[in-house]
Design a protein around this ligand. Structure first.
Ligand code: C2O
Length: 533
């Protein structure tokens, strides 16, 4: 295996989109940022140098970070942020993983523009479990705000209300033509009769997305860097944090075809409704060719999303088995949803908050991993509730019990414990989708349903044979999803909604996994350049 060195200079860069220019925070002046390429089992060293006025940290979303929690990146969870003028070397090994993942800033809302792809190739001489594509392309979906993104969230926090939605979605950094601003957008050149693999990443802050290419079928082969049983679809659904690899075989002919991304949100909330567009362009066709257009499903097309999500199965081959935990040590039920807390200085005298099991997570002042490793008291408590505080009908709006408790509470697991976690959306204010991301692990999505989870009947229908394995799962609006994982990675691991606004409001918690007794079952000491708070 190799050691791969990267240097990330975090710098401001004037960038023009939608006919206006603003300085944005970038890595190496690029938006989207540079791609990390490695092979399974390689070690990656990324030196991040902070040249901007904000505190910065970078997360390697989906990298398991076995025993290297110090390199995981979420600010105040596994490290103090890198302060202006400082640097930090993230040092980790990609153990037993291959596929598409991504990296992003993990502090404030900087990930709006600070993100990029991670491509992990299989070990040398190990083929893909599908025919080798002619070419591979990265497709990063995102959101663009005309105003300063930090100002958007700071204004919302001050007022206690929801932040402004973005002004456009983007495909590889470009919205395509939007009203009042003609621009080409991103174009992918293709040759006829060839198969391409698109590595699609949803880097948007706040929206699940539909993705579609006019007159071309997509064959899904991988999600979140785990292989799935291939299936064909014309539309994919992808939540913030998730990645999806698809194969696209081009026609014999030529022409130009629209690529489109638009929001999927089956809740009555504000979303940016602008469809991002790009093109695939067959070589030899005129650039002026009239493109074949397409339209994506409506934003509340739940049936399209459900059909896509239900089709996902892990490959579960001899080489890539699905090791679903069958015996469960911790059976947990977490509610995820929004609430309202008093706020005398806010516009309505109250603020929107979010919680898990009625706990609105409060960020600590030093990192939780440091507090855990060095046994520093007073930073967190280990009493995160394994079940909701009171039994209630989760999916009907209730005017009582809006208020949440605040705390920096963690749930403690012994090394190698197995966990079944049911994530139940609540309708305290309104039911909403919640893409929940767990750091440090992959999990299996063993079940999913609408309404309230029924502990008597629903587990009978769990798929314990070939459930999809991933690191970010969409909890359906007004419904639930059940995941299972094995706590075989010691450290402190963040779990949160990957809609950035919900994370900001407190829809987050962390698991602490104690060291095991074996020689390779403990957190290693921190590197000497670990940032100080
Ligand atoms: Cu992709 Cu905690 O993040």
């Amino acid at each position: 295996c190799m050691v791969r060195h990267y240097k990330f200079n975090v710098v401001l860069k004037n960038t023009t989109r939608m006919c206006s220019t603003k300085p944005i925070v970038t890595v190496n002046g690029r938006y989207p940022g540079p791609t990390l390429v490695a092979r399974e089992d390689d070690t990656i060293l990324v030196k991040v140098v902070n040249h901007v006025k904000y505190n910065v940290s970078i997360h390697w979303h989906g990298i398991r970070q076995i025993r290297t929690g110090w390199a995981d990146g979420p600010a105040y969870i596994t490290q103090c942020p890198i302060q202006p003028g400082q640097s930090y070397v993230y040092n980790f090994t990609v153990t037993g993983q291959r596929g598409t993942l991504w990296w992003h800033a993990h502090i404030l809302w900087l990930r709006a523009t600070v993100h990029g792809a991670i491509v992990i190739l299989p070990k040398r001489d190990v083929p893909y479990p599908f025919p080798k594509p002619h070419k591979e392309e990265i497709v990063i979906l995102g959101e663009w705000w005309k105003s300063d993104v930090e100002a958007v969230i700071n204004e919302a926090l001050k007022s206690g209300m929801a932040p402004n939605v973005s002004d456009a979605h983007t495909i590889n950094g470009h919205p395509g033509p939007v009203s009042g601003c003609p621009s080409q957008g991103y174009t992918l050149p293709v040759r006829p009769g060839k198969t391409y693999m698109l590595r699609i990443i949803n880097a948007a802050l706040n929206e699940e997305l539909f993705f579609k290419i006019a007159a071309h079928q997509l064959t899904v082969v991988e999600v979140d860097a785990t292989y799935v049983k291939p299936f064909k679809t014309d539309t994919i659904v992808i939540a913030p944090g998730q990645t999806t690899n698809v194969l696209v075989t081009t026609h014999r002919g030529g022409g130009k075809y629209m690529v489109a991304a638009s929001p999927f949100m089956d809740a009555p909330i504000l979303v940016d409704n602008v469809t991002a567009t790009a093109f695939i362009h067959y070589t030899g066709s005129l650039t002026s060719a009239v493109p074949t257009l397409t339209s994506t499903p409506l934003k509340n097309a739940t049936s399209v999303a459900t059909k896509f999500i239900s089709a996902l199965r892990s490959l579960n081959s001899k080489q890539y088995p699905a090791n679903v935990p069958l015996k469960i040590d911790h059976s947990l039920l977490f509610t995820v949803g929004l609430g309202i807390n008093p706020c005398p200085t806010c516009v309505n005298g109250s603020r929107v908050v979010a919680s898990i099991n009625n706990v609105t997570f409060v960020m600590p002042k030093i990192s939780l991993l440091q507090a855990h490793f060095f046994n520093i008291g007073g930073v967190f408590t280990s009493d995160f509730p394994g079940n909701p505080p009171v039994p209630f009908n989760f999916t009907s709006t209730q005017v009582t019990n809006f208020a949440t408790k605040q705390g920096t509470k963690l749930y403690r697991l012994a090394y190698n414990d197995t966990v079944q976690l049911v994530l139940q959306d609540t309708g305290m204010i309104t039911p909403e989708n919640h893409p929940i991301h767990l750091h440090g692990f992959n999990f299996f999505e063993v079940g999913r349903g609408l309404g309230n989870f029924n502990p008597e009947t629903d587990p009978k229908n769990f798929n314990l044979v070939d459930p999809v394995e991933r690191n970010t799962v969409g909890v359906p609006s007004g419904g639930w999803t059940a995941i299972r994982f094995r706590a075989d990675n010691p450290g402190v691991w963040f779990m949160h909604c990957h809609l950035e606004v919900h994370t900001t409001w407190g829809l987050k918690m962390a698991f602490v996994v104690d060291n095991g007794k074996g020689p390779n079952e403990s957190v290693l000491p921190p590197p000497s350049d670990l940032p100080k708070c």
